[in-house]
Write a protein that binds this ligand. Structure first.
Ligand code: SF4
Ligand SMILES: [Zn+2]
Length: 134
């Protein structure tokens, strides 16, 4: 399998370890998706422009994720910061690539499974609780 990395937006802030892993997982899933759905790009080692736009969007959301190291999976997140269309697309990509990840990226797949068990509160709820306890 070609492990060449897809291009990232310029001057991207450094992601912490948790968010980097999340991005690697998303990148791996989009790559699986793109190779099947947009096969013309498979030989170039890159994803197609459409998938690259989606990856850039996902990366931007991760850079702004309020949870940082404590991040849940986006599917279990009470914030849901993705716009509707991108959220639907992420769901579709995950439905398709998720089962294939087990064989191609077992470690990322296992970690994603563990992340699914992680629950977080909405940041507003955290703030409310913080002020109530003062
Ligand atoms: S959906 Fe939630 S967990 Fe995912 S990037 Fe947005 S805020 Fe973070
Ligand atoms: Zn594609």
């Amino acid at each position: 399998m070609n492990q060449q990395s897809v291009s990232l937006p310029h001057e991207t802030p450094v992601l912490n370890a948790r968010l980097r892993r999340e991005f690697r997982t998303m990148e791996a899933m989009v790559r699986i998706w793109c190779r099947t759905k947009h096969p013309g790009w498979a030989s170039s080692g890159a994803v197609c422009p459409e998938c690259q736009v989606f990856l850039d969007y996902a990366r931007k959301r991760l850079e702004k994720c309020p949870y940082g190291e404590d991040k849940p999976t986006c599917a279990k997140c009470p914030v849901h910061c993705y716009k509707r269309a991108q959220r639907e697309h992420a769901r579709e990509v995950m439905r398709f690539a998720g089962p294939r990840m087990v064989w191609r990226h077992p470690w990322l797949s296992l970690m994603h499974l563990l992340d699914k068990r992680h629950r977080v509160e909405h940041p507003m709820e955290q703030r409310r609780r913080h002020f109530r306890s003062r």
